[in-house]
Design a protein around this ligand. Structure first.
Ligand code: NAP
Length: 277
């Protein structure tokens, strides 16, 4: 097992990509702490981890609140004695497609406080703990293919993810002397609630998939396996990178010539998950 004896903390680890990462970490032998605001989702995530036989803990956490972020780091150390791996995953998007000229400071702050400020300081609290321990560590930031694509319909989200890419590089340089490895993962469309909110429109899903050479959305398990690689010593000479696990979406210039349309089966699956069927 690649993470035996390690302690990992995943913000937004109660569902979606974060839970996918927590599950794969647990399968690789790590003790895992998951954070999120909704206690019910937190308990459901915890049960999934415990069913795997993992040493796991749910701690309520809002990454928009710096005290709450410090608290989850402290609770992790209290419960498991240390912190080796920190995944800054919690992130939100705006389901309204507000044009740039109409975006308000409140809309901007709501997304930036979670996606970038919460990451900046959450990573800092985790890194301080790792430095105190003196045994190095790994930090993984959740970026997005939108760090690269100029998606003007999601302007604040896209701006926040661009920031994540640069933050990851400067942190990696700053923390390398302490043996702390910082990298980011930048998924394309992944089958989660966040994606379902964005992609509930069939025409938009079609547009996305027609520009994804692999012609499908990715899975939370695939994200989890990449996170295991970035957390374990297989990636020890890699730092400051954003790994685009996006099925090629980031660099496909024109619609895939072989692509026809989203199949009825794929669309029904998306709708049924979205409607909780
Ligand atoms: P999701 O299914 O909506 O899950 C989001 C997770 O973050 C939940 O656990 C949620 O729990 C938590 N969260 C949200 N706001 C929070 C806050 N203020 N404080 C603490 N936790 C918070 O989203 P996802 O698709 O898994 O996205 C996870 C990350 O991947 C995000 O950073 C997103 O930008 C990125 N990403 C996703 C995709 C995609 O296609 N899905 C693609 C690229 C990048 P609570 O609501 O209970 O707090």
């Amino acid at each position: 097992m690649k993470l035996e004896g390690k302690v990992a903390l995943i913000t937004g680890g109660t569902k979606g990509i974060g839970l996918g990462i927590a599950v794969e970490f647990a399968r690789e032998g790590a003790s895992v702490v998951i954070g999120g605001r909704n206690p019910q989702t937190g308990q459901e995530g915890l049960q999934e981890l415990e069913a795997l036989g993992a040493r796991a803990l749910y701690v309520p956490c809002d990454v928009g609140d710096l005290e709450s972020l410090q608290n989850i780091v402290d609770k992790t150390v209290e419960a498991f004695g240390k912190l080796d791996i920190y995944v800054s995953n919690a992130g939100i998007n705006d389901s309204q497609k507000t044009p740039y000229l109409d975006i308000t400071p409140e809309q901007y702050d709501r997304i930036m406080d979670v996606n970038l400020r919460g990451m900046f300081f959450g990573d800092q609290y985790a890194a301080r703990q790792m430095v105190k321990q003196g045994t190095g560590g790994a930090i993984i930031n959740m970026s997005s293919v939108n760090a690269y694509l100029a998606l003007n319909s999601q302007m604040v989200y896209t701006t926040s993810k661009g920031g994540v890419q640069q933050l990851t590089k400067v942190q990696a340089v700053d923390l390398a002397p302490y043996g702390i490895k910082v990298n980011a993962m930048a998924p394309g469309p992944i089958e989660t609630d966040l994606m379902r909110r964005v992609g509930s429109d069939r025409q938009l899903m079609d547009t996305i998939l027609s520009r994804t050479p692999m012609g499908r959305i990715g899975t939370t398990r695939e994200c989890g396996r990449l996170a295991v690689f970035l957390a374990c010593d297989d990636s020890d000479f890699i730092m400051g990178q954003s790994i685009f696990n996006d099925g090629g979406r980031g660099f496909q210039a024109f619609p895939n010539p072989g692509y026809k349309t989203i199949t009825d089966q794929e669309y029904d699956l998306l709708r049924s998950i979205q409607e909780g069927r």
